[in-house]
Write a protein of this length. Structure first.
Length: 230
């Protein structure tokens, strides 16, 4: 299997830095409370000095969304949406220990983190522009078709596993209680992304190994090295 961004995505967004982690042995009965509390405290400290819209990580994604023709305050990257909710409620809903951990890491680093159940992916994932005939399954069970030119996470069967890049994930490959093997992706475009994304990946890999105790494999993707295979 593989994960990659298309050449067109790298050409349009050369500042992009992406990290990917392959993790096995995931279960739904793990406890992540200490990790979530520690990571949320980092986010709370950052928010105490300014709103998420002032973070360079979020500003970079807003610029990217504008370049894609999207209104940044209508379609927000996943990290901004999480930070907005956390700022208002000072907590996030618990969903699954892996999702809870990745959401907390996303908060702490103000960086979108997506998690895909690999059993639900055909061959691999590519972040690319949509043709318009791909299918996307919402969490409510409806089927949509991304707009032509929209940035999606697509597999070999033409299924879109995320719409509007880091804005909206599909319910088809969402983590569930039976999930055992996952691909976790983090993407950033801010000036210090080349230093921050590897740090995020290192923290994530250490936490995954410490909680689930199984092997992980990681990669940092850049324009000269755009593909992660396993």
């Amino acid at each position: 299997m593989y994960f990659q961004h298309s050449a067109e995505i790298w050409s349009a967004h050369p500042e992009l830095v992406a990290g990917a982690v392959l993790a096995k042995g995931i279960t739904a009965d793990a406890s992540v409370d200490p990790q979530v509390a520690r990571l949320c405290a980092i986010a709370e400290a950052r928010l105490a000095s300014g709103s998420e819209g002032e973070f360079p990580e979020i500003q970079a994604w807003r610029r990217a969304f504008s370049r894609m023709g999207l209104k940044p305050t209508q379609y927000r990257c996943a990290a901004e949406s999480l930070l907005r909710r956390f700022r208002k409620e000072r907590a996030l809903p618990r969903i699954h220990p892996l999702i809870d951990l990745c959401n907390a890491i996303s908060l702490a680093y103000a960086t979108p983190v997506a998690v895909f159940d690999l059993a639900r992916i055909a061959d691999g994932l590519e972040v690319r522009h949509a043709n318009g005939d791909e299918t996307y399954l919402t969490f409510s069970g409806d089927t949509e078709h991304p707009d032509p030119g929209e940035v999606i996470f697509a597999d070999a069967e033409g299924r879109a596993h995320a719409r509007r890049w880091s804005n909206r994930q599909s319910g088809h490959s969402a983590v569930r209680d039976t999930t055992a093997e996952v691909l976790v992706v983090a993407e950033a475009m801010h000036p210090s992304a080349a230093e921050d994304v590897p740090q995020l990946m290192s923290v994530l890999a250490d936490e995954l190994a410490g909680i689930w105790g199984d092997a992980t494999d990681t990669a940092i993707l850049t324009r000269p090295s755009p593909r992660f295979t396993w």
